[in-house]
Design a protein. Structure first.
Length: 516
């Protein structure tokens, strides 16, 4: 590799030559380092980046890393014109297709429809990254970000957008994923509902986890923490964040003192691991703001009180969470096609029991499955704390629950009887399965045994609509129709989307247009 070198770039605004240091690994194809482009923003990826397309002159060399033998190099310097390849550019973000109408350039902090000037800082084999330099023509729904760190801090992606614009784009992204990844035909199969949210669009987040890097060592042997906050939008460096606009006010009050405590601990040599960075915790719960991962905290969702370790997973928006739970329960308890009430609930990936416990009064038997044994203990304790007897939590992998020969001791709310039963023997026509898997979605093994079991209804909550749409295709092929898809704005000002998809077992006379 060559060493860093200086190159010159012409600054049109100031009429002067400016020298830039080019990073060692920068590849000047198809654009030079800090080359300025004027582009129209077409769309947004599901990473919150604006998608622009730049026309490239004919005859260029391919990018050195564009080695895919399946696609010939074209005038766009190696960009693949295979649609699936072209739309998968962008660090895993999904780029809406545009018939390969130019080289893809990703730009943060922009809104579709805007004309912008951007500055290239990285070229990949099929797309480039750029910084926003100027808004030439703005979208009428552009907003003034309240956070002075918005342009550099990676915690938020959408503060520059009106909340209605944010929610419209989240809905469009779900529509695009279910169409392209899931293979569904919207309107004929189903429609994606408008994104559901509440009026609390700032100061809603009840947990944050700021970081600091390895402290500097001073000449006298003490340590200095440079910054406590979150990663930059375009690098792994930490932005110092003394106040977070999406965290609750109680968290911000505690953050101010907590930061000073950590800075002082470093200077006085009292850090537990002075040669490493760390991730901090601030969790707003019933008893105040907790900074200890292992301390138990409590919070209420509806009429159910949950206790869990502060560092464990629990949804972080107490305003939208009750709405999500209500929608899940409404879907799960709907009578089946014969008008029969649902009697059994199987809550896969149940965590500390959120959906299972919330639904307990509506079902005869509820069983929660969770691979994390500590979470199962929390869920069981939460059932006892709320005097719920018809919920049983099992420490097991969801991948094998419908094939297991191990009986589960369940108590029926209708009779009060306790019996040992196999989950696979639950009545299929009156059983609903709730799924809330991790970001990677469900495994093929799980979906295969879910098909074999064949419950009446599948209620699927996801934090990644891309993997949800992928799984929806498989569930559709297994004999289910998608009856509703609802996005939730659990994290306003950010790109993150929670999405609820409801599936019902297909009956004669009902068909899906999902690709098979």
């Amino acid at each position: 590799e060559s060493s860093p070198k200086a190159t010159t770039a012409y600054d049109e605004d100031d009429d002067e030559i400016v020298a830039h240091v080019v990073p060692k690994r920068f590849v000047p194809i198809p654009f030079q380092y800090h080359e300025i482009l004027t582009l129209r923003v077409e769309s947004l990826t599901n990473l919150g980046l604006g998608v622009c397309r730049a026309q490239i002159h004919d005859g260029g060399d391919p990018h050195p890393d564009a080695t895919d033998p399946l696609h010939a190099t074209d005038p766009y310097h190696g960009i693949s014109c295979d649609p699936d390849e072209a739309i998968d550019a962008g660090k895993g973000g999904k780029v809406p297709p545009s018939n390969c109408g130019g080289w893809v350039v990703m730009v943060p902090n922009v809104i579709p429809g805007e004309l912008i000037k951007c500055r290239i800082f990285r070229n990949y084999p099929k797309y480039s990254d750029a910084d926003l330099v100027e808004i030439v023509e703005s979208n009428p729904n552009r907003a003034d970000p309240p956070c002075p760190l918005f342009e550099v801090c990676g915690g938020c992606q959408y503060q520059h957008m009106d909340i209605n614009e944010q929610r419209d784009w989240k809905r469009k992204q779900v529509q695009e994923l279910f169409t392209r990844v899931g293979g569904f035909k919207l309107d004929s199969d189903f429609t994606v509902s408008p994104t559901l949210g509440t009026d609390e669009i700032y100061h809603y987040r009840s947990k944050i986890t700021p970081h600091y890097d390895k402290p500097d060592t001073t000449p006298i042997g003490t340590h200095e923490i440079r910054a406590i906050g979150f990663k930059e939008k375009t690098s792994r460096r930490i932005v110092d964040v003394p106040y977070c606009h999406i965290a609750t006010e109680r968290i911000n009050d505690r953050l101010a003192t907590y930061r000073e405590e950590k800075f002082l601990e470093a200077r006085e040599g009292r850090l537990r691991r002075p040669k490493k960075g760390a991730t901090l915790l601030l969790r707003d719960a019933d008893g105040g703001v907790c900074t200890d991962n292992n301390e138990y905290v409590t919070t209420n969702v509806g009429e159910i009180k949950f206790e869990f370790k502060a560092g464990n997973f629990f949804q972080n928006n107490p305003y939208v969470l009750p709405l999500m739970v209500e929608r899940v329960l409404t879907a799960a308890t709907k009578p089946n096609g014969q008008g029969e009430s649902m009697t059994h609930l199987i809550d896969c990936y149940c965590g500390s029991g959120l959906f299972c416990l919330s639904a307990s009064s509506m079902f005869d038997v509820c069983v929660g499955i969770e691979v994390n044994e500590k979470a199962v203990k929390e869920a069981t304790a939460n059932a006892e704390r709320n005097d719920i007897t018809n919920c049983k939590f099992v420490a097991a992998s969801a991948e094998a629950i419908f094939e297991s020969e191990d009986p589960v001791e369940v108590t029926h709310s209708t009779t009060g009887e306790t019996n040992s039963e196999l989950v696979k023997d639950f009545p299929r026509s009156t059983t609903a399965v709730v799924l809330d898997p991790p970001r990677k979605g469900c495994s093929t093994q799980f979906l295969s045994q879910l098909e074999e079991f064949g419950p009446e209804r599948v209620v699927y909550m996801s934090c990644d609509p891309a993997t949800q749409a992928r799984d929806a295709r498989v569930i559709g092929e297994a004999g289910y129709d998608v009856v509703s898809v609802e996005p939730f704005d659990l994290f306003p000002q950010t790109r993150h989307i929670e999405c609820l998809a409801v599936f019902e077992r297909r009956r004669e006379g009902r068909a899906t247009e999902a690709a098979r």
